[in-house]
Write a protein that binds this ligand. Structure first.
Ligand SMILES: N[C@@H](CCC(=O)N[C@@H](CS)C(=O)NCC(=O)O)C(=O)O
Length: 210
């Protein structure tokens, strides 16, 4: 049994989607980051950086923050959503790091400046949207040659990137401009585990492009 501390954001959804896909039983502990619950001492003891998501594995006593570390842990625990072949294993790690260090933080800035603080800094809006579009282009070229980010198999690399792409409307990104991302997005959106994990901890339908 896993205790999942989360909120309805891309980083939080990575973990609920992975837990649903893996069929691991879990208890949801909502941490409403808009009400400051991430700063409560009980949560800070589990997530010293005071950000969701975080987990506690009751079987092993291991507690983790950082969505990339949690995805690696769940893949290691189950031997799934990861390749056991050395080359593919490291490609999955490579693209997970790309998401953690690039796609997620840059799209997070787009959400901040374009969705929630529009007009406060034209420079920041232009800078982060341009970088977001560049990253969408990287993903589109990658998916032009393979159905998933690393080859034929759905992996934690896909699970890390997909919830960020699901906020394409916040980002003012027209997925039709990135046809391979669009195809990948829609295929993954149809997975029952994605539909279920998207609504944790707040009910919300998976956004579908027009
Ligand atoms: N690198 C971290 C980022 C986590 C993160 O930024 N979480 C946001 C929600 S998506 C949060 O908890 N924000 C609350 C705050 O900044 O106070 C991860 O991937 O887990």
């Amino acid at each position: 049994m896993i205790d999942l501390y989360t909120w309805a954001t891309p980083n939080g959804r990575k973990i609920s989607i992975a837990l649903e896909e893996l069929g691991i039983p879990y208890t949801v502990h909502p941490v409403n980051i808009f009400e400051g619950q991430q700063n409560e001492p009980e949560f800070a003891a589990i997530s010293p950086n005071r950000k969701i998501p975080a987990i506690v594995d009751r079987e092993t006593g291991i507690q983790l923050m950082e969505s990339g570390a949690i995805l690696l842990y769940l893949a290691d625990k189950t031997g799934r959503l990861m390749s056991c072949k050395k080359r593919q294993y490291w490609e999955i790690v490579e693209w997970l790091m790309w998401q953690m260090a690039g796609l997620g933080p840059m799209l997070g800035q787009v959400h901040h400046f374009i969705r929630f603080n529009k007009g406060k800094s034209v420079y920041a809006e232009e800078r982060y949207l341009q970088e977001a579009r560049r990253l969408y282009g990287v993903l589109d070229r990658r998916l032009a040659e393979r159905p998933y980010i690393v080859g034929d198999e759905y992996s934690i690399a896909d699970i890390s990137a997909w919830p960020w792409v699901s906020r394409f409307e916040f980002q003012t990104i027209d997925l039709a401009e990135f046809p391979h991302v669009l195809d990948w997005y829609v295929r993954i959106a149809q997975r029952p585990a994605v539909q279920a994990g998207y609504s944790i901890p707040v009910q919300e339908s998976v956004p579908m492009p027009a």
